[in-house]
Design a protein around this ligand. Structure first.
Ligand SMILES: [Zn+2]
Length: 293
């Protein structure tokens, strides 16, 4: 265990690290990882862009669930893992963060230079006119349009979706864009079946190509939108280190893989490389670390 974190610290201490983070980093903030160990009981598939744009009934279902799920997302706070990444950035070892998460928790933890690959759930875009508004504002409008809508939150997925009975969905009223009057509103996140905007992808490739080390945190690398950065790093001979609970689709490209709880490992890593903070997070010896290879 100590040897494993020493090996990781040795690699990170050289600096030039780019972090690629996924849902596993936010599970300790109460946002379930639907592909990780705790996500096996996921009850429905995520909304696709195609269904969302073509099917008004599907949109109603999405917004009804998402309206409830948003309350959980909105009160989620960064955990020790997010804070440790921010410390590694302030310490000059991590140059930038690419995150697949839409929860905004890296930024909330104080991380500069974060590219939110799949967008942010706290922003809303109009598909008609492109006007952007805050989710807070939309939340207020949806509450006004749906007085007494108090369906119970049964389960929450990372995209802010929850389980909801059909009759509750049927009663839910969606709202349109206030700017153009008719446009369909969509959370400003990349749905399944939708592509990440090209300039954002280019910015991420640029970060990866300049990196000395690509550090993957809490992603099973199931989706190509994240895995492609691992493939690019491997092609360029840039070492890849993966810390995730469970195997990933990038393990074959990794110089080192660690199966560890990120909220413990990352503070310990920051302590060893940028120093123990005066007070607050970190300083706790990690337990339960298992070297995979
Ligand atoms: Zn509009």
């Amino acid at each position: 265990m100590t040897e494993t974190i020493d090996a990781l610290a040795g690699l990170v201490a050289g600096g030039g690290v780019v972090v690629l983070s996924g849902a596993g980093l936010s599970t300790e903030s109460g946002i379930p990882d639907y592909r990780g160990p705790s996500g096996a009981a996921r009850r429905h598939t995520p909304m696709t862009y195609q269904v969302f744009t073509r099917d008004a009934q599907a949109r109603r279902r999405y917004w009804a669930r998402s309206h409830l799920g948003w309350r959980v997302i909105a009160r989620a706070a960064p955990n020790d893992g997010h804070r440790a990444v921010a410390r590694l950035q302030r310490g000059g070892l991590v140059d930038g963060v690419i995150t697949q998460n839409v929860d905004g928790l890296h930024t909330a933890a104080g991380s500069p230079r974060v590219v939110e690959l799949h967008g942010r759930l706290d922003e809303v875009v109009c598909l008609g006119c492109g006007n952007q508004t805050s989710r807070e504002e939309l939340d207020r409008r949806l509450r006004e349009a749906n007085p007494g809508f108090d369906a119970r939150v049964a389960a929450v997925n990372p995209d802010g979706d929850v389980d909801l009975a059909d009759d509750e969905v049927a009663r839910f009223r969606t709202v349109d864009c206030t700017f153009c009057g008719t446009g369909v509103l969509k959370p400003d996140v990349v749905f399944f079946g939708e592509t990440v905007p090209a300039p954002r992808v280019a910015r991420c490739f640029d970060m990866v190509q300049r990196a000395r080390l690509l550090l993957v945190l809490g992603s099973s690398l199931t989706v190509m939108s994240g895995r492609r950065f691992v493939l690019r790093a491997a092609k360029l001979g840039i070492p890849v280190v993966i810390v995730n609970q469970g195997p990933t689709r990038g393990d074959g490209y990794a110089a080192l893989t660690l199966d560890a709880p990120l909220g413990r490992l990352l503070p310990a890593l920051a302590d060893r490389t940028v120093g123990v903070p005066a007070a607050g997070d970190g300083g706790v010896a990690p337990t339960g670390l298992t070297a995979v290879r």
